[in-house]
Design a binder for this molecule. Sequence first.
Ligand SMILES: Nc1ncnc2c1ncn2[C@@H]1O[C@H](COP(=O)(O)OP(=O)(O)OP(=O)(O)O)[C@@H](O)[C@H]1O
Ligand SMILES: [Mg+2]
Length: 109
Amino acid sequence: MKIAISGKGGSGKTTISATLTRLIARRGLSVLAIDGDPNPNLIQALGLGPGVEAEAVPRSVVERREDEAGKTRHVLTSSVSEIVGRYGLKAPDGVTVLVGTKVDHAGAG
Ligand SMILES: Nc1ncnc2c1ncn2[C@@H]1O[C@H](COP(=O)(O)OP(=O)(O)OP(=O)(O)O)[C@@H](O)[C@H]1O
Ligand SMILES: [Mg+2]
């Protein structure tokens, strides 16, 4: 099951995401939470301390490739399990969290 949470700024997306993922994990399901916000704070909402820093998944895990028909596709350069193993953090209730994006510097967003 995949759940995407989006909506207007400050409407509670991060709070709902953290609560929902922890509740689902408490039921014994394996949960991978991905923070797609360029100003990420899901790891704090999940209960990880303010000193915990997540290394964001770099853009290089996705590559644009053109197929024989000239159609552009985005493909992963590593497997999902490799990405989770390298960049995933363990949060309370057994939730694994990935920080999917981060603005590196001005003009890079
Ligand atoms: N059900 C709620 N009742 C009252 N306050 C809430 C509720 N849900 C979230 N909040 C508060 O509202 C504020 C915004 O919540 P949150 O950060 O989850 O929103 P967001 O949609 O992720 O925001 P952003 O667009 O900035 O990422 C926070 O201070 C949060 O504690
Ligand atoms: Mg948010």
